[in-house]
Design a protein around this ligand. Structure first.
Ligand code: SAH
Length: 350
């Protein structure tokens, strides 16, 4: 279902010898009614129902485990894909919104040394439908009132789970389209509610700016200088700080969306006052028209790593210096650390 657009679904059903118009009915169940159980699709003739579901809604992934914290308002799910690959997604409920953090690859090839996912390498890209289904699973659970806080809906999606979304570009764009396509062809979300986070694959950032879908871009910078960033985000050996920041600035200019610079504060590694100043200078060199804000993430510890989060006073000083340079700065409220569901902790160990 979610791999195809409306025309593709119709075509597939026709190929399967089924009436093409049933595709719309199935889409309505999946994206609008948030139903995936064939027995609830009573407008479909029972003789055709199983074949329709097998054709357009085959089971893509099975939940192996769900872990909760924050009184059930943060839920991490471990999924087994059809070929045995494991990925994780996280639902985070806040008073005014529900954010689904989704994976775009099983594993990740970017090898950032502070990130749990990066330690195991890339297993494979996920398909559009596998990405979308993580969101739909959350949407169904909310719709049925299964998440603490009563019935609700997914308002935000962040590509901050496992994988580098821009290294799986076509599938990720397909997923963004399915999430934003109006119901019943898609989930009907606003592009503003979707954030694509990247290590800084410069040509792909430029391409993303041309898609005409103004998603929010987050650039995982983590260091304002190439010497340190070469180690923290190894793709920096290919595209340097100034190239990544310039691409992000261009993205903001083209889409009119404010970009977010992600910066995990690591004690005595990247949290020095002079680096805050340098980061402020690098970003303000592109002007102060509100194109950027910095989102500081207290480092979430991963296994077998000597790195930890910054001291509170160093974090405060880092924020103060960025603000003094006119850069809007926030510190991320980290959720789900206790269940290894926070940024950079997703490892999908069965
Ligand atoms: N590949 C994408 C998405 C990764 S996860 C990217 O790199 O942007 C989203 C964010 O979590 C990234 O900014 C990533 O650098 C950050 N992150 C990774 N490991 C972390 C950790 N241990 N603590 C805090 N943030 C981490």
């Amino acid at each position: 279902m979610a791999d195809l657009d409306a025309a593709g679904r119709k075509e597939l059903l026709t190929e399967l010898g089924l009436p093409g118009f049933r595709a719309k009915q199935l889409s309505n169940h999946y994206f609008a009614r948030l139903v995936d159980d064939p027995s609830e699709m009573t407008d479909l003739p029972s003789a055709e129902r199983d074949r329709l579901v097998a054709g357009l809604l085959p089971e893509l992934m099975t939940p192996l485990r769900a872990m909760q914290t924050d009184d059930g308002q943060t839920v991490k799910t471990l999924w087994k894909l059809f070929d045995g690959a494991l990925v994780e997604s996280v639902l985070m409920r806040y008073p005014e919104r529900v954010t689904m953090c989704v994976s775009s690859q099983a594993g990740c090839g970017m090898a950032c040394p502070f990130c749990a996912t990066g330690q195991g390498g890339l297993q494979r890209n996920m398909s559009t439908a596998e990405i979308v289904e993580q969101v739909l699973a959350g949407a169904r659970a909310l719709h049925r009132g299964e998440v603490a806080g009563g019935p609700g809906r997914v308002s935000n999606v962040v590509f901050m789970g496992m994988g580098e979304p821009l290294a799986n570009y076509n599938a990720v764009i397909g997923a963004v389209r399915r999430l934003t396509d109006p119901q019943p062809d898609g989930l009907g979300m606003s592009a503003r509610g979707i954030t694509v986070s990247t290590v800084g694959l410069v040509p792909r950032i430029k391409q993303l700016a041309t898609e005409g879908i103004p998603v929010t871009l987050a650039l995982s910078l983590h260091a304002p200088d190439d010497e340190l960033r070469d180690d923290l985000v190894p793709i920096n050996n290919r595209w340097k700080v100034h190239e990544a920041v310039e691409a992000a600035w261009e993205y903001a200019r083209t889409t009119k969306r404010r970009v977010s610079i992600e910066y995990a504060l690591i004690k005595d590694v990247n949290d020095q006052a002079w680096r805050a100043d340098l980061l402020g200078d690098v970003l303000s060199s592109y002007g102060d028209w509100g194109w950027v804000h910095v989102n500081l993430i207290p480092l979430n510890p991963i296994e077998n790593s000597k790195w930890t989060a910054s001291r509170p006073q160093d974090e405060r000083e880092f924020v103060r210096r960025l603000i003094a340079k006119g850069i809007p700065t926030t510190v991320r409220d980290t959720r789900g650390r206790e269940i290894d569901a926070a940024c950079g902790q997703l490892a999908a160990q069965g």
